[in-house]
Structure formats: C-alpha cells, structure tokens
Design a protein around this ligand. Structure first.
Ligand code: B12
Length: 446
C-alpha cells in the first residue's frame, strides 16, 4: 500500500493587504523565512509508527492555489492542517476522494470540529495521533471491514516515554532551516485563547530526556550542525527535568529555540545551564503590558496578570545570560484600547527585547475564547477558519473598533519590524552582553 503523508504548510494571512504588508517588513520577513519551512512533526511521528510494508512519502503543500494536479499514486493519504489552511486541506481531501484514494484527517483543528472534517474524509482521528494509528493502519491493510469513520483517542493519553523517533529521514533536509523536536505536551496554565497542544493533551506530560536525546542524535546523523526548534508550548515547567535535559544537550553542541513562560528567569542555575546547552532564543508570551489586558487571560489563577510587575526584570535577566528573548504580545485583548499599541511600543523600547512578535487576538475553534465570543455575539463570522492566522481580525474588540485594531497592527508592525529598529535592538543586545562578559566571567553573570 502507498501512503501519502501531506502537510498543509507555510504561513499566511487572509486579508491580501495584510499579506502584502507583512511581506515587506524586514523583521517579519526574516522570522517567516526561518519558520515557514518547518515540517509537520505530527506526520513524521506517525510515519515512525507505520508498519514497514507500507510505502510512505511525505509531501508539503504551502499553497493549494499553486497546485494544479495532485500526485495520484497513493492508495491512502493522511492530511494534517491547522485551522488557517483547513479549507485547502478539505479541498485537497475532496480531490483525492474523487480519485478513489482513501483520506484520513487529524490534528488540532479536526479534533475541535470533527463533524465538519468528517464530510471530507473516510476517517478522522481525534486527539493525539499515536494511540490509534497502528489500529488504523491495520484496518487499512485488512480485507475486513476497513477503515472506521472515527478513531477517537481523546480518552487515551499517549505516554511520551514510548514516543517513537520521528522519520526525519523522509525529509529533503537541505530545504529546512530548522527541525522540530517536542519535549512535552500540554501546559499547566489555561490561557483562554490557547489553541496549542492542551487541545489534545489536557495534562502536562514530559518526554523522558533519553527519548528527546535519541531524536537529537538521529537529526545529527542526518544533518551535521542542526538548528533545533522545540515544538513545545511551555518548556522548563518541571525544573528537575529541564536541568537534566540541559546537561544532556550541553554535550551535543546544537543551537536551539523554544517557547516558555517567564518563571524560567527565577532560576539562575537553569538559565546558566540553558546558555551552556546552546539556547539561542526563548519565546515568551507576555501578551499585554497592562493589568486590564492580562486580567482573566490565564484562567486557573490569573497567573499572567499577577506576573506583570516582573516583566521588565525577566527580559533583562534572561538576556544577560546571552539568551535572546522573543516577546509576544496579543493585540485586541479585552480591556485594551487604541492606547495599548503605544504602551507595547514603550515596553519593547524599555525592555530591549531582542525580538518581538505581535499577533491579533484569535478565536480558534475549540478554545474557551471562541465559545465566549460566540456567546457574546462578538464573532464577525462563525466558522471563518481562514481568518485563524493570528493576523486577521475576526471578532469585535471591547475597547476599540475592528479598524482601530487593524490599523494598530499595521502601524505598530511598521515601527517594530522596521530594519533600523530591528538592527538597533539586536545591536543593543550584543553590546550589553559583550560588556557584561568583559566585567565578569559567564559563571559570575548567574
Ligand atoms: C511548528 C509549528 C508550525 C510550522 C509547521 C506546521 C506543520 N505543518 O506542522 C509552521 C511554521 C509551518 C506553522 C505554520 C502555521 N501555524 Co503553527 N505552530 C507550530 C508549533 C510551534 C508546533 C506544532 C507542532 O509541531 N506540534 C507537535 C506535533 C507532534 O503535534 P501536532 O501537529 O498537533 O500533531 C499531533 C496530533 O495533532 C495528531 N495529528 C496532527 N496531524 C494529523 C494528521 C493525521 C492524519 C492524524 C491521524 C493525526 C494528526 O497527531 C500528532 C501526534 O499526536 C505550534 C505551537 C505549539 N507550541 O504547539 C504552532 C501552531 C500549531 N500554529 C498555529 C498557527 C496559527 C499557524 C499559522 C496559521 C500561522 C500563519 N499565520 O501562517 C500557520 C498555519 C499553517 C497551516 N498549515 O495551516 C497555531 C494553530 C492553532 C490552530 N488550531 O489552528 C499554533 C497552535 C500556535 C498558536 N499560536 O496557537 N506552524
């Protein structure tokens, strides 16, 4: 049997003006160039669980509009997509089904709205892919009843200590700037807007260090000097695991990037280990610079709002360890008005953040935010998944108009991502770190 694993890939905005604008901002173009080529770790992981008698190919579709024909040699295709490109994924699925090819759909979006996805697939997989993939493969190969319409793994939590090494060998490695590795799933926090792995892994669970290192070793066997992006939502929650991971990574001489929360700055020992382990950048969701903007965002204990007073010192402490911070801000949060754009600008200047990511509040399907906006009648369009890009506005903010928000994104983006400001931030970081190193050995910075 021939199986095509197809990832809807690349980055996009639905509003053409925004896409055109985004493409011209230097700081933005740079980040896009880096991340747009990341492969689908989900599909590569499932490939590793696929029986050897199945002949697998891995393909990426950055833009279906540019694809006229489709590779027709497959008996079955498994398609992965996030919300923004789900309509393209459905169109591709429909084209395959017309050819008589079996179609399996899965992933975060499909798990959030299974009934919709079922209209375009022979089978949908809900939740994590691993628990039921071998069963699905066995059904596909058997001459019996064949594929089931739904494989629901939401009540089967996958134990990451049995995680297979993803099939990175299926990739044409020189096409990629970075490869992804996951060290955990889930997050201890509950941010109202979060559409990441908590949607399929409600508890925070860790991949054992030796399993993570097996993946790094495999990547190194395929690529001499890899750059790793941890496809994590919140690395370093468990400090003992984190330190063990850092000590193991330090031996590998790889550079890497990950996403975390600001509590990482409370542990100077960990920051030192991260620096020695090759950490180039951490991405941290600050979300807003005001209490009103942060109030209620984290729904368990209002943690983000309670941390506001530590924001500036956090950035400084991490960057003083030679690790750059990419600070993320969400525009249009409830409680924030047009003044919030200048406030973010001021914070970016005062904090000397190395990199900045501004995105628009986005109601992704399956999130508490989507449900609340729908209840409050604030969605501009229901089921407008193509707007789930983090740049398009699909809701009514409560302290500004939709056009204020769109203008704020454009104007703040122009300032933050200009070549001169981006260069200045980067130069400031290097200058400060050089000076710190001159006056103290790296150990003393801790
Ligand atoms: C790496 C990454 C990318 C990469 C790679 C994408 C890819 N093809 O996988 C790139 C840079 C291309 C990318 C692009 C975008 N991304 Co992105 N990305 C991530 C990131 C950082 C990690 C994802 C990951 O690798 N997870 C690990 C794997 C193992 O998990 P998984 O993909 O969920 O797969 C598991 C299951 O879902 C399931 N599964 C998945 N697919 C399938 C398919 C089948 C058939 C089956 C059976 C099972 C199955 O099995 C897997 C194993 O359990 C997450 C944030 C995060 N920290 O998680 C955001 C994230 C996924 N991205 C997000 C967004 C918004 C985007 C963009 C829209 C941004 C933009 N403006 O362009 C685009 C959309 C691209 C698209 N195709 O629609 C959102 C998606 C939310 C949503 N529900 O849609 C996230 C959660 C970040 C966020 N801020 O909320 N992204």
């Amino acid at each position: 049997m021939k199986l095509g694993l197809i990832a809807m890939s690349g980055l996009r905005a639905s509003n053409p003006e925004l896409t055109a604008f985004g493409l011209t901002l230097p700081g933005f173009v740079e980040r896009n160039r880096i991340v747009a080529s990341l492969p689908s770790l989900g599909l590569l992981t499932l490939a590793a669980l696929t029986p050897p008698e199945i002949d697998i190919s891995y393909l990426e579709v950055p833009d279906l509009r540019l694809v006229s024909g489709i590779p027709a040699e497959f008996d079955m295709v498994a398609i992965s997509s996030f919300s923004a490109q789900i309509n393209d994924a459905y169109e591709l699925a429909d084209r395959y089904r017309k050819l008589g090819t079996k179609v399996v759909l899965g992933g975060l979006h499909v798990t959030a709205v299974p009934e919709e996805a079922q209209r375009h697939a022979d089978s949908v997989v809900l939740g994590e892919g691993e628990p039921l993939w071998t069963k699905l493969m066995a059904d596909a190969l058997s001459s019996g009843a064949g594929l089931r319409p739904v494989y629901d793994a939401r009540s089967h939590s996958f134990n990451l200590s049995t995680s297979p090494v993803p099939r990175f060998d299926l990739l044409d490695i020189p096409r990629y700037n970075r490869l992804t590795v996951q060290t955990h799933r889930g997050c201890p926090f509950r941010c109202e807007f979060c559409a990441a792995s908590i949607q399929i892994s409600p508890t925070y669970k860790l991949k054992p260090v030796d399993r993570v290192m097996n993946e790094i070793h495999y990547i190194k066997s395929l690529w001499d000097r890899p750059y790793i992006e941890f496809a994590d939502d919140n690395t370093f929650v468990n400090k003992a695991h984190s330190k063990a991971l850092m000590r193991a990574l330090a031996r590998e001489k790889v550079r890497w990037f990950t996403e975390t929360d600001l509590s990482v700055a409370d542990d100077l020992d960990l920051l030192g280990l991260m620096r020695d382990a090759g950490c180039a950048q951490v991405l941290i969701g600050f979300e807003s610079t005001t209490f009103a903007g942060l109030d209620g965002v984290e729904q368990k204990s209002n943690w983000k709002a309670r941390m506001l007073d530590h924001y500036l010192s956090t950035v400084q402490r991490i960057q003083d360890h030679g690790i750059t911070v990419n600070g993320c801000f969400v525009l249009g949060l409830d409680g924030t008005g047009p003044e919030s754009f200048d406030e973010i600008w001021k914070f970016v200047c005062d904090s000397h953040l190395y990199d900045v990511q501004i995105t628009v509040q986005t109601p992704f399907p399956g999130t508490p935010l989507y449900d609340r906006y729908r209840r409050e009648g604030r969605l501009l369009r229901e089921n407008a998944w193509e707007m789930c890009t983090l740049f398009d506005v699909n809701f009514r903010p409560n302290h500004m108009s939709v056009s204020d928000l769109e203008r704020g994104l454009r104007e703040l983006g122009q300032r933050i991502y200009s070549q001169s400001f981006t260069r200045r931030r980067h130069a400031d970081f290097h200058k400060r770190y050089r000076e710190l190193r001159r006056v103290s050995s790296p150990k003393e910075i801790s």
